[in-house]
Design a binder for this molecule. Structure first.
Ligand code: ATP
Ligand code: MG
Length: 393
């Protein structure tokens, strides 16, 4: 017979929702269900508590943790014991829960909550009783009510629930993917854009990704790196597709028909134009980039004003106010950093001029773009995208 395992899920911003909270919770359930289908997940929402139950076992537990840690909308979760409401069962379970945790000298406290007032002990008595049992079983442990290493939580409701902070995990917070509609992420091989995709996923945005490949100036390895990054962020995005645009012809045309200090800006303008064509095809309502104000010449206010003017849909830049260290910290957290720093270069680096314009005049730049007569080439590049799929697991 299959045993079932219970998890208590902590919601963040969803809790601030009013009448439409059920809509957000439903989306979260759908997203989790999709990831954990083979484990037959079921849900119960009880007085603001969000419970998930799945088929159990160590492998299943690993799978659940991986799935929930990458699911926007939840702040955290804990593997939870569901017990009958008698103190002897609670005492035995507290000892089992702490097995392994107290091999070293850790301090702890018990926090109890009794919603079912017919339970014969009040919350203070429950905490004291369980604290005593744990101390007896694990003499290395110490009680510390102010700043404990481990907290054991007990809740007496329809059943008794018990979990510990030692088996609690963090989620990405934010809102469930899908509640904000769909966007198209401009994914390069750098540190920033995967983080931008992750950030927007945590605001509820579903995303496909697009990469501009300038083969052979950018190598096969550079493309593989971007595919690896798409795969790494895919669980957060609840699955994604990557569109690879053959960009060489357009890039060489720009280089041959404009001044070198305009190359980067015109290249970025053309990228946004192509991204608009693809966005329309995949019904994305916004673009997402990893730009951060003043990071490079193409990310000054004037440069962004120019590239924005290539787009019919909003360009979201979730990293706009972050500094590189903050972005790197997030890249490490989501596991993209090590891949992002692999050395294969992006077209932005290879074709970047020695002296790029820093404060371009939008009208002059638009005139330079028109002189390129490149629209057909951009349409052709968009039409010839290669497509890759990445699942959510
Ligand atoms: P990143 O670390 O994301 O590569 P960056 O600091 O290198 O960013 P830029 O090269 O100016 O900055 O790129 C800014 C943004 O433009 C990127 O974050 C990404 O969204 C987009 N971008 C740049 N190059 C490409 C590309 N080849 N394909 C798709 N998007 C790109
Ligand atoms: Mg880059």
């Amino acid at each position: 017979m299959n045993t079932r395992q219970l998890y208590l899920i902590k919601l963040g911003e969803i809790c601030l929702k009013g009448e439409n909270r059920a809509y957000f919770e439903k989306r979260l359930k759908t997203n989790i269900k999709k990831k954990l289908k083979p484990l037959k997940p079921t849900f119960r929402i009880q007085k603001g508590r969000f419970f998930l139950e799945t088929n159990g076992g160590p492998q299943a537990d690993e799978q659940v943790c991986r799935a929930l840690e990458t699911t926007p909308g939840l702040v955290g979760f804990s593997k939870t014991l569901k017990l009958s409401k008698d103190i002897e069962t609670l005492k035995e379970s507290a000892k089992i829960l702490m097995k392994g945790v107290f091999d070293t000298e850790l301090s702890f406290k018990v926090i109890s909550r009794r919603s079912d007032k017919s339970f014969p002990m009040d919350s203070y008595e429950i905490s004291c009783e369980l604290g005593g049992v744990i101390l007896e079983a694990y003499p290395k442990g110490k009680v510390n009510v102010k700043n404990p290493d481990v907290i054991i939580y007990v809740e007496i409701r329809d059943k008794a629930y018990m979990y510990s902070s030692a088996s609690s995990h963090k989620g990405p917070s934010g809102l469930p993917v899908g509640v904000a509609g769909k966007g198209l992420l401009l994914l390069s091989g750098g540190i920033d854009s995967p983080v931008a995709g992750y950030r927007m996923a945590a605001r509820g945005l579903r995303q496909d990704a697009i990469y501009f490949h300038t083969y052979p100036y950018t190598s096969d390895e550079a493309l593989e790196k971007v595919k690896d990054l798409a795969k790494l962020i895919s669980p957060y995005l609840n699955g994604t597709r990557l569109f690879v645009v053959p960009f060489t012809k357009a890039q060489l045309h720009i280089n041959a028909h404009s001044n070198s200090e305009e190359h980067t800006l015109l290249m970025r303008y053309c990228m946004v134009k192509i991204a608009n064509i693809v966005a329309k095809e995949v019904r994305a309502k916004t673009l997402v980039t990893g730009e951060s104000l003043s990071q490079v010449a193409s990310q000054t206010l004037e440069s962004l004003t120019f590239t924005d003017s290539a787009s019919d849909i909003p360009v979201l830049r979730p990293l706009i106010g972050l500094d590189k260290e903050e972005i790197i910290n997030t890249a490490r957290d989501i596991g993209t950093y090590e891949t992002s720093i692999l050395p294969y270069e992006d077209c932005c680096t290879i074709f970047s001029p020695k002296h790029p314009l820093v404060r371009p005049d939008k009208e002059l730049m638009i005139a330079s773009y028109k002189k390129l007569e490149i629209e057909e080439m951009l349409q052709e590049a968009a039409d010839n995208c290669e497509r890759f799929e990445f699942t959510y697991s």
